[in-house]
Design a protein around this ligand. Structure first.
Ligand SMILES: *Cc1c(COP(=O)(O)O)cnc(C)c1O
Length: 342
């Protein structure tokens, strides 16, 4: 099936072995470097945006609206890709106190700095308003249309069926790398990724089935609970199957697990133990993870091995989905975990 697709990802991204972390985790660790899909726009969202913005341009839209937390990687990737393709970009960003943010906008660091760099238009929304984000996105799109800018709505995280096709394609890419001998040909025991809105996990699951990439997909929730994500991901899978048609074959029997035991105290907040782990991983191996998503997910892998849910010695493929700007915005929270200066 041909579907409109923008070329945004600099792929194939590296598929690498990270033996320096085997002892810490208790598994044979492989890493798919989707933190390297691009430059400032890098991360997993770019794979979804190839399809979503491809669709927007095919439909002759001139603006894009999307939403997320104030340090949303997705909002930032969307803003940068829109700037590259001459699309106006409106971001609905969640903050604790929108009135205060309107009166005195927060210092733009990390993702927010990049949003501002590329000229995204930012509208602040409260956590309460954010619950009605689908309606808010429609209102914003309508307002843009009134101004002569037909607008395309990208849902939170780019997580709908079409966005998830980007991760189905990523699994095809990994299968090609396995067949080239970059990694063993036999399916991985587990592919693990961080889960925030579910689109990545949905595409990974469908692709793991179709291309025999792994026997288990383990999605580590960074907020909410397993039941919520199982429902959301189930819906995205149904929608994605609609786009993929006969491409979504079930070559391999794949176990799907949403693990919500590593989400920590709150969205974007880590426990002290998780912060220490983030620093330990970086110091042992040079693998820099982020505190909101990937750090929690790899911490979850270590816990799952310790609990015996992932058998010791398993061959695990960790999807590094990006998030560096979010790390750079957490200097204060991370300072104690860095210890004394040396
Ligand atoms: C958005 C994001 C995720 C989660 O992907 P979803 O498809 O939203 O579940 C994981 N890691 C990073 C760095 C992200 O920005």
């Amino acid at each position: 099936m041909t579907r409109p697709r923008l070329r945004l990802v600099h792929g194939p991204t590296p598929l690498t072995r990270r033996a320096a972390l085997d002892a810490l985790l208790g598994v044979e660790l492989w890493v798919k470097r989707d933190d390297m899909t691009g430059g400032a726009e890098s991360g997993n969202k770019l794979r979804k945006l190839e399809l979503l913005l491809g669709d927007a341009i095919a439909k002759e839209k001139r603006a894009v609206v999307t939403c997320g937390g104030v340090q949303s990687n997705h909002a930032r990737a969307t803003a940068i890709a829109c700037a590259e393709h001459g699309l106006r970009c409106v971001l609905l960003l969640r903050v604790a106190d929108p009135d205060a943010a309107r009166a005195a906008p927060p210092l733009a660091t990390g993702n927010l700095l990049l949003d501002r760099m590329v000229g995204a238009e930012i509208r602040w929304v409260s956590p309460e308003e954010y619950k009605q984000r689908v309606g808010l996105l429609e209102q914003a799109a309508h307002a843009l249309e009134q101004e002569g800018y037909p607008a395309y709505i990208v849902p939170e995280g780019g997580s709908n069926g079409l966005g998830a096709v980007g991760y189905f394609e990523a699994m095809r890419e990994i299968r090609e790398q396995m067949d080239l001998g970059i990694a063993p040909q036999a399916p991985f025991d587990v592919v693990a990724n961080a889960c925030g809105s579910g689109g990545t996990a949905a595409g990974v699951f469908l692709g793991a089935q179709a291309f025999g990439v792994a026997r288990e997909v383990r999605a580590f929730a960074v907020c909410d609970d397993a039941a919520t994500f199982e429902r959301a991901i189930g819906q995205i899978i149904v929608e994605a199957r609609g786009h993929l048609g006969a491409e979504a074959t079930e070559r391999e029997l794949v176990r799907f697990v949403v693990d919500d035991t590593a989400k920590g105290p709150a969205y974007a907040v880590q426990s002290d133990e998780q912060r220490a782990f983030l620093v330990e991983v970086a110091r042992r191996s040079g693998l820099v993870l982020d505190p909101v998503y990937t750090g929690k997910a790899l911490f979850g892998v270590a816990q799952a091995v310790a609990k015996g849910e992932i058998p010791r010695g398993s061959r695990v493929l960790f999807l590094h989905t990006g998030g560096l700007p979010g790390l750079l915005a957490q200097a204060e929270a991370l300072a104690p975990a860095l210890g004394r200066w040396r």
